[in-house]
Ligand binder design. Sequence first.
Ligand SMILES: CSCC[C@H](N)C(=O)N1CCC[C@H]1C(=O)O
Length: 355
Amino acid sequence: MRIDRFVKLLNEMNFDGAFISPGSNLYYLTGLKLHEVGERPTILVVSADGEYKLLAPSLYSNVITNFPVTFWRDGENPYAKLSTILGELKLYRGRFLVEDTMRADWLIGILKLGNFEFHPLSSLIRLMRMRKDREEIENMKHAARIADKVFEEILSWDILGMSEKELALKIEVRIRELSDGVSFSPIVASGENSANPHHEPGERKIRKGDIVILDYGARWRGYCSDITRTIAVGRPDEKLIEVYEIVKEAQEKAYRAVREGIKAKEVDKVAREVISEAGYGEYFTHRTGHGLGLDVHEEPYIGPDGEVTLENGMTFTIEPGIYIPGLGGVRIEDDVVVEGKGKRLTKAGRELITV
Ligand SMILES: CSCC[C@H](N)C(=O)N1CCC[C@H]1C(=O)O
């Protein structure tokens, strides 16, 4: 089980234990899929001795079976129960890993129960999660195939006159029909809105001459895909057509630079150089990519500061972009796995398509 490997690493790195709240790390280590948001304390306590126990609200009692757990009911004090767990596991002080995103009130509750020094869980678990095993990669390939299929379908829709919001909803519905859910709320950015890399789809209607950025992803058994394609509705501004070709070249060259043993920042540099040499460096305002897996953004990050050396089994995006305020933007994104060299998981065409 992954938790055994985790305990081994805890010992190697001189940690006494870990506190893990619901989310992708809990799922990765235990297979338990619990809601991430909620005020009811839900905490997995792991000791470096290899023992572990979950504190969970009793409303999960039908879901959590065959797992060491102490339930607490609404009206009871969860921290009194947590204190008992800590006594059972003999954890009173020491160096502990704690989930990076744990709620502050839970953290404060834990801190009152012992003399704990906290360190971010990501510092250790990244070493496990960055390299995907065969099953994880199969799930990612499936999620990527769904993203490709949705893109093919979008091209057959009549999007002229649709609002960004309407198109984003239609994409989301189709992803949900084909998968376990969306990786994130789809981005549809049309016309001048495409100059905002994280544009939130709004009421703007898609019109002739628009460039439209479509950025979305599907989940399959927890694993994400994340694809961006930029399409034209009619003939867009000549400058954006030129920009499209530059981004395409940057994406292709960065993809070809991917190989086992190269540093993430070297891949970023390749994309950045193409864009800078074309005179658009200041308009490439984000990193070239990010790791992808159970989370849509995880390690390794493919940016100018990316010190991670790429290894087989690592999965990430390659997504350079150019964004010109008042005019529009272009981004092309694929998901990639390292297998000696880089292999694309998303395979939708990258030529500029006019609908
Ligand atoms: C999770 S919302 C953003 C999803 C998008 N696919 C994405 O990851 N990016 C868009 C701009 C760059 C990149 C990012 O690093 O945020």
